[in-house]
Design a protein around this ligand. Sequence first.
Ligand SMILES: Nc1ncnc2c1ncn2[C@@H]1O[C@H](COP(=O)(O)OP(=O)(O)OP(=O)(O)O)[C@@H](O)[C@H]1O
Length: 313
Amino acid sequence: MGVEVRVEGLTKSFGRTPVWSDVTLTLPAGEISVLLGPSGTGKSVFLKTLVGLLRPDRGSIWIGDQDLPQLPERDLYEVRKLFGVLFQDGALFGSMNIYDNVAFPLREHTKLSEGRIRDIVTEKLDLMGLTGAEKKLPGEISGGMRKRAGLARALVLDPQIVLFDEPDSGLDPVRTAYLNQLIIDLNQQIDATFLIVTHDINTARTVPDNIGLIYHGHLAMFGPREMLLSSHEPVVRQFLNAQRVGPIGMAEEKDADELAAEAAAGAQLPPLPPIPLQLRPSDGGPRRAERPPGEWCHAHSVVPPLGSFVEVR
Ligand SMILES: Nc1ncnc2c1ncn2[C@@H]1O[C@H](COP(=O)(O)OP(=O)(O)OP(=O)(O)O)[C@@H](O)[C@H]1O
């Protein structure tokens, strides 16, 4: 079973440059959450802070009764084993073949025999559709395969929490669709808590149970997907619908003059698009954390956009 991760008042800066401050959110156990935000807002820094590769300036990351930033290095090493991380480029060792890359964490962190390691590596490679690619070097396979190999490696220690840093970057739409399905199936199978950083709006709209948006050094909003997909909060609405009209500008937030000019020109946000159904596991069964479509909207007296929750065939 995945574990809940409770982040409270987390703040991070590099020297005098703040990245984000006062981030508070809970990743519910076993659920899939997506973290969005304009480029450079510190999403990767957030993932690295969660896993203990970067120390926050202040704040807590609670897993059970352990507050990660307070742990001594030795205990942190143990807690890190709860995490599997898929870095942006797969972070594979270029001179090691796929088999050895995937076996690496098992050889580093366990005393398992080579026979047992072979069983685990073979199982994970099979799960990722990489059987037959064992002897290839990372440079000899496609970007999509490298991501899947990185994911196989992230899974060998049976993590309770899996962090994905832009798993879809550099992939074509079809490969992204396959990867998204793989992520849903994986979540159903291993029941870990997932956090995915992505720029892909379609992924953000269909894959997660929860969505968060980092903007301008803060967590603008985090909650059940229906809450964000029906939100009229300008930043959330602009970002989740990939619009130019709104507070987010080309390089940073728009200044008051730009916003006034937009208003004067009568620029208006188009109506919210329908909320799509969530992607389901490929066996057709329900997701682990599935709730009836529209439940959140109904419970909060929010009228979902017209055409929401209709099955698209
Ligand atoms: N180790 C570091 N030392 C100093 N600054 C850093 C370090 N790591 C990241 N930064 C800075 O922190 C900011 C946030 O970077 P980060 O990579 O987390 O953004 P991001 O939201 O993931 O961006 P993108 O969507 O483009 O991948 C950037 O300004 C980056 O230069």
